[in-house]
Design a protein around this ligand. Structure first.
Ligand code: CTP
Length: 401
């Protein structure tokens, strides 16, 4: 069955360009289903798209072209990719807010397919801080933008805001669809978040990890078609969609959960900030305040990554390292000592990198000695860049077998 692309058309003067995009996608063998906003239907007739695609166009939430089927759920589930071209500032804002006030936004909320957006608007609207902040919000959720180009607008203004040209849009769709298959059915095991090592029933030793990086990696792996198991320490984050989440508290529990799932995985990615030490005894009752000093004896926790990587077989094993000094030197040593294929390292003392923030700056070290410094990006974008490399390494290794 051919892959289905849901083409969202919104009320920009560039709406006519969606006809070209639909035609080009169909030439490449995709099924195209069109959903229009009401403003779009005032600029171009739905009948045009119906004739082009051979399918009914839906515009109203109550449009039910196929009897007995709920259109917005059906279209959301059956589509392999959602492309909104052109996308207005209004639709981008509604998507960022998670509104479901027409057919297109309802489908976007209901779908788990990748979403690509090709904006088209006046340059002042595109560069407005409100629009740019909505764009960043959507990018952090994994939505991909096909940047508008520079030129003279229909209104006569000149600047950034013209919809990208058709070949660029079509290429972006094809690239995203092939990416969403790059780890299809591959089992990926990920650890994330901190661990809490109990001192007594109310106190613990923990660390400042939020789990954001590991959850972003889990999402990026799932979006590439992987079957993801995420073993997470305590975090405030919701379970990523479509990912099996196993919640644990301590390093020992995380270790046991990893051992249980390691055998069946093909890729293991350790992003967790595992506590290296735990109190030798966890007191059964709360320790009361006293006037004397309190000495806690700490004993080492297992090195989860180090232990499983020693018997990795042909699995791909990826580690993370948070360093504060001699970053590359320590990272190189860690990569070798832990028998890793890839190590993503960040300097946690650098602003915008490391714990609790939404951004990170990773340097990737490969077992073959290659080093790749990535720019500072959102954790979600870092996760995508990392998974791109992991998928390429996985595919190269599978071909070599
Ligand atoms: N790691 C692990 N189990 C541990 C400690 C670390 O699985 N007990 C994993 C982390 O998830 C990370 C990698 O090992 O992928 C490196 O973690 P890091 O804390 O930087 O390394 P350590 O071995 O703890 O070395 P050090 O703290 O001395 O830098």
């Amino acid at each position: 069955m051919s892959r289905q692309i849901l083409l969202g058309v919104t009320g920009s003067i560039a709406a006519y360009r969606a006809c070209d995009v639909a035609r080009e996608l169909m030439h490449r063998g995709y099924t195209v289903r069109v959903v229009m906003t009401h403003s779009a239907t005032r600029l171009i007739a739905p009948a045009t798209f119906e004739a082009l695609t051979g399918h009914p166009v839906v515009a109203d939430v109550f449009d039910e072209p196929e009897r007995g089927q709920i259109a917005h759920i059906r279209l959301a589930q059956d589509s392999d990719l959602v492309l909104i071209a052109p996308a207005t500032a209004h639709t981008i804002a509604r998507l960022a807010l998670g509104l479901a006030d027409d057919m297109l936004t309802t489908i976007c909320l209901a779908t788990r397919a990748p979403i690509l957006i090709a904006p088209a608007m006046n340059p002042a609207m595109w560069t407005h801080p409100a629009t740019q902040s909505h764009v960043r919000t959507l990018q952090e959720r994994g939505v991909q933008f096909i940047d508008p180009t520079y030129g003279i607008m229909a209104c006569g203004d000149e600047g950034w805001g013209k919809i990208a040209d058709t070949p660029t849009i079509v290429e972006a769709v094809i690239a995203r669809l092939s990416q969403s298959e790059s780890l299809k059915g591959v089992r990926v095991l990920i650890t994330a978040g901190p661990t809490y090592e109990p001192i007594d029933p109310v106190r613990f030793i923990g660390n400042r990890s939020s789990g954001k990086m590991g959850y972003a990696v889990a999402e990026a792996a799932r979006q590439r078609g992987a079957e993801v198991t995420l073993i997470s320490g305590p975090t405030a984050l919701p379970d990523p969609f479509g990912v099996q989440v196993i919640r644990v508290q301590t390093a020992q529990q995380m270790y046991e959960a990893v051992l249980e799932h390691f055998e069946s995985c093909a890729i293991f990615i350790a992003t967790a900030a595992v506590a290296d030490y735990r109190p030798e005894v966890a007191l059964p009752r709360k320790r009361k305040r006293g006037s004397r000093a309190w000495t806690l004896r700490l004993v080492p926790n297992p090195d989860i990554l180090g232990a499983v990587a020693q018997r990795k077989g042909n699995r791909l094993v990826v580690g993370f390292a948070a360093e504060t000094d001699k970053v590359l030197e320590h990272a190189r040593e860690k990569l070798q000592r832990k028998n890793l294929d890839l190590l993503a390292v960040n300097d946690v003392l650098e602003p915008g990198s490391g714990f609790e923030v939404d951004t990170n700056r990773l340097t990737l070290l490969y077992a073959d000695g290659r080093v790749e410094a990535l720019p500072q990006m959102s954790k979600r974008a870092c996760a995508d860049a990392l998974m791109e490399q992991v998928a390429a390494m996985y595919q190269a290794a599978s071909k070599a077998v």
